[in-house]
Design a protein around this ligand. Structure first.
Ligand code: URA
Ligand code: SF4
Length: 204
């Protein structure tokens, strides 16, 4: 079956996984992308944050959450009393999916098939890092982490019981970038911060 499985080394640590991911051909997204983007942060972190997929900046730099959404996320983590360097950051899908509009590359949401194809990487990360709490940022990440569809509005901020780790779902920081109105932005940021604080407390 299609998927990343045959490229994921067994019982590998994060370092080894982050090297092996560059050879992955588990779906077609590797083709147009510059490079695979794996994770950042300590491989023994108690808290793992899972985003959707790398963006334009991440694709060029090879690091997760280094673009605009990453700045929002860092701000939210700090406001929640967390050091952004001390959480493990990764994505449900490791290659940037986009459409070209002239010289611009516009983010395109990954399909369910891409999330499914890329799952063996996330599963290997979970085995290697063994976090206490996994935070799913947005619906795509929640689908990957929980294995089914959820309504973020209904589930956000609760500590959901997983088998190996607890799970908290919240909004994706990029959703905040679309809120131009400052009061709306402030409210959305406060809600994200509150969810991250809940996750941090569950991981402590
Ligand atoms: N958005 C994500 O979901 N992940 C990144 O790494 C950057 C932006
Ligand atoms: Fe492999 Fe995931 Fe990239 Fe698809 S998106 S090629 S499954 S690493």
């Amino acid at each position: 079956r299609p998927g990343a499985e045959e490229w994921v080394p067994a019982r590998a640590d994060v370092e080894k996984l982050s090297q092996a991911v560059h050879d992955c051909r588990g779906c077609e997204l590797w083709g147009p992308a510059t490079q695979a983007v794996f994770s950042s942060g300590p491989d023994d972190a108690r808290l793992m944050l899972v985003g959707e997929q790398p963006g334009d900046r991440e694709d060029r730099e090879g690091e997760p959450f280094v673009g605009p959404a990453g700045r929002v996320l860092a701000e939210a983590l700090e406001a929640a009393g967390l050091d952004p360097e001390q959480v493990y950051l990764t994505n449900a899908v490791k290659h940037f999916r986009f459409t070209e509009r002239g010289k611009r590359r516009l983010h395109k949401k990954p399909d369910v098939a891409h999330v499914r194809a890329c799952m063996p990487w996330l599963e290997a990360e979970l085995s290697a890092v063994r976090p206490r709490v996994v935070v799913a940022l947005g619906a795509t990440a929640a689908r990957a982490v929980l294995g089914h569809e959820v309504r973020i509005g209904a589930e956000r901020g609760q500590v959901l019981d997983g088998e190996a780790h607890d799970i908290v779902v919240t909004t994706h920081p990029s959703a905040l970038l679309r809120l131009r109105d400052r009061s709306t932005y402030g409210e959305a940021l406060d809600a994200l911060v509150a969810d991250l604080r809940t996750a941090a407390e569950a991981a402590a």
